[in-house]
Design a protein. Structure first.
Length: 147
């Protein structure tokens, strides 16, 4: 069954996503990042070219030929995936395809509305019996993902 991790208190959801992608790649885990709109996908694409500052996270978009072999795939609106290891979702709602993945990460900011929507997603997963884990980034001095 899919395991779901909630990273709350993020000061910058895109940067947090990049940190989590970097950590996953270091562990050999392939990542699908699902963004809600083209602007978010574009922003992530640009950020990943320079993250971390001394390196680069190899990635591509889901509709590119390289997607089958890329360790990080950016998706927006599609539900055909080259692998099902880790999904990082930046959506306001639970994506309908989340259960295809071994693990899902939800990133929640300090914004009041984003927190409210995050609580609704947490309840959705909890009510269906998914294993949940909560990581509070607001207690981390550098706001970096520790897991």
């Amino acid at each position: 069954m899919t395991k779901v991790d909630f990273y709350t208190g993020s000061k910058d959801k895109l940067r947090t996503a990049c940190q989590l992608i970097d950590k996953a790649m270091q562990k050999g885990v392939r990542v699908v990042l699902s963004a809600p709109d083209p602007a978010t996908t574009d922003a992530l694409d640009k950020l990943l070219w320079h993250f971390p500052a001394t390196a680069f996270i190899p990635h591509c978009r889901g509709n590119e030929v390289e997607a089958d072999h890329s360790p990080v795939v950016l998706y927006q609106g599609d539900d055909k995936f080259p692998h099902h290891e880790l999904l990082i979702s930046l959506h306001d709602d639970c994506v309908p395809f989340f259960s295809r993945f071994d693990r899902v990460i939800e990133i929640i900011s300090n914004d009041t509305e984003d927190s409210r929507l995050g609580r609704l997603r947490f309840k959705f997963y909890r009510d269906r019996g998914y294993e949940l884990r909560h990581i509070d980034l607001s207690n981390k001095a550098s706001n970096e993902a520790q897991h």
